[in-house]
Design a protein around this ligand. Sequence first.
Ligand SMILES: [Zn+2]
Length: 254
Amino acid sequence: MTTLSRRESLILLAAPFGLAMLGAARATGERSGRDPQPRRLKILVAGGHPDDPESGCGGTIARYSDAGHDVVALYLTRGEAGIEGKSHAESATIRTAEAVHACAILGAKPRFVGQVDGDTRVDRAAYASMRELLVQERPDVVFTQWPVDTHPDHRAVSLLVYDAWLRTGRSAALAYYEVLTGDQTQLFRPTDYVDISGVAARKRSACFAHASQKPEEWYPAHERMSRFRGVEHGCEHAEAFIRHDRGPALPPPA
Ligand SMILES: [Zn+2]
């Protein structure tokens, strides 16, 4: 009897062309679960603005990165409308530099989609662009913002990533993260948690890299959130997620 690894079972369950994918995976030895070395994962963390991946997911980014996985922080915009008194171009320059700095702290690689803060589009071209991006990146895990959110740019990135995930065969794990819950994220009932107690200080530094966004005003709310999620999860600090149950489970950040 042929037994399937868990990854192989997930390929069969999740992908429209599961058998073909399984054959290819076995032929190359890739993703078969039989590699002697743990496989290096590609993690994609999408957010509407510089500071969203860091505040919602910064501890989890650091944990995956520390475990040797490749993490890409994907910013839908460069925060063009995010600094009062500055032009879009000036704000984009400042906030891009802040994002690059924050990514260096967390061990992630920044990538910018090229939409404009406050004027994000969810249309046929934007869907196609995000789908192409997922095809290029081939992530094993995708994190994005939860769509029930008071900020339209957060809703935009969530819908675009969800559509791209659907249309690329649901082969990656998909999990939604929260930002400023109660104020921005709403109706968030977690299914999964990551213990970030050991990297909470780095998450804080990455958030404070966004100096133009006055992190001293909003970081305390995230500190309270991570402590509360920690209580739920049984640790000091945690980040919480809602995982889509039609995709693979979240691999532990180890
Ligand atoms: Zn944002």
